[in-house]
Design a protein around this ligand. Structure first.
Ligand SMILES: NC(=O)C1=CN([C@@H]2O[C@H](COP(=O)(O)OP(=O)(O)OC[C@H]3O[C@@H](n4cnc5c(N)ncnc54)[C@H](O)[C@@H]3O)[C@@H](O)[C@H]2O)[C@@H](O)CC1
Length: 293
């Protein structure tokens, strides 16, 4: 019951993509650096501004992000193709959005289960899961790869301190590194530095999370430059492109036409292995949109 390769192949055929030329970005000054990813500082500012945009309610913001995340996941793995989704959640905002992803996936006909690495700062996972009829685990099932089709990585996001993973997260982190199931990472693959991606020491040891799908929130982070999986989406989308242009010298963060809060963008990366990406120049050559708005 492994969908890692099969699910990806199927998804390539299923996603209807549309080449789009971003005219507004073409008129911009081409001598400026073609930066397409935001800094950690702007990433955190954007999260706070997205919460403000959501009336100061972090759960409202999390639901919007979760809805966009599920749109992205569904584009790659339809509910008629896969069913059981294991969602690994951390204690911060990333984990809260993971919880809301579970609620949303349940509504969309999937069978999600949630793992909470430690108590959430933002929500009572037990009551939310009980109310929605979702299994909540405080352990990683040994039969994970038999019972589940894909794994959602909602462990660590922009709040990751960049250091060694704390002991509380070891078991789940090890699972995310070693599982043969496809991983869909929320915002930032857990353990990746926001600026540089996986640490060099982890790349050397081949001990880092390699998601097949990455769903950035609001805008891609610098570290996701080295993402070498199949599809890269943006969800959340509370903030317009001009918000990012004003603050950092950026080029075409997302296509001009997809401007609603829940909509997603897909970037199809040239297929290169991560090690090559670390050493060479990056070529995020084709930008496409999926029609969710
Ligand atoms: N304005 C607001 O109401 C809120 C703003 N938020 C913003 O959202 C940003 C991200 O939120 P979070 O910090 O919740 O993000 P995350 O979802 O990334 O949560 C990080 C969690 O991981 C833990 N962690 C960090 N480094 C770790 C390591 N090496 N090993 C194991 N665990 C580690 C931290 O204790 C924290 O609980 C914040 O920086 C903040 O700016 C959120 O904190 C939510 C509330």
């Amino acid at each position: 019951k492994h969908f890692r390769v099969a699910g990806h192949r199927r998804s390539q055929g299923r996603i209807s993509m549309q080449m789009e030329v971003d005219k507004s970005s073409k008129q911009r000054d081409n001598s400026k650096p073609r930066q397409t990813h935001i800094s950690p500082e702007l990433a955190n500012q954007a999260i706070n501004d997205a919460i403000t945009y959501s009336g100061g309610d972090v759960v409202v913001m999390a639901r919007t992000c979760a809805s966009g995340f599920c749109d992205a996941l569904q584009q790659c793995y339809g509910s008629e193709e896969i069913s059981d989704v294991f969602i690994a959640c951390g204690s911060g905002l990333n984990g809260l959005i993971g919880l809301q992803v579970a609620v949303e996936l349940q509504k969309r006909g999937y069978a999600p289960a949630v793992y909470a690495a430690e108590q959430s700062k933002h929500a009572n996972f037990r009551s939310v899961c009980d109310e929605a009829g979702i299994d909540l685990h405080d352990f990683i099932p040994s039969t994970l790869e038999f019972y589940y089709d894909i794994v959602v990585d909602a462990l660590l996001g922009t709040g990751f301190d960049g250091g060694d993973i704390r002991q509380q997260y070891w078991t789940v982190y090890e699972m995310l590194i070693s599982t043969r199931l496809a991983i869909v990472s929320l915002d930032v693959p857990s353990g990746w530095d926001l600026s540089t991606g996986p640490r060099k020491i982890d790349v050397t040891a081949d001990s880092f999370i390699k998601p097949e799908v990455l769903v950035s929130l609001e805008a891609p982070k610098l570290g996701s430059n080295v993402f070498a999986g199949g599809y890269h989406f943006i969800a959340g989308r509370h903030l317009p492109q001009s918000y990012f242009w004003k603050r950092e010298s950026l080029f075409r963060l997302f296509p001009a036409r997809s401007q609603t809060a829940c909509s997603c963008q897909v970037t199809r990366f040239a297929s290169k292995v991560l090690m090559e990406r670390h050493m060479g120049d990056l070529d995020n050559s084709i930008t496409m949109t999926c029609g969710t708005n």
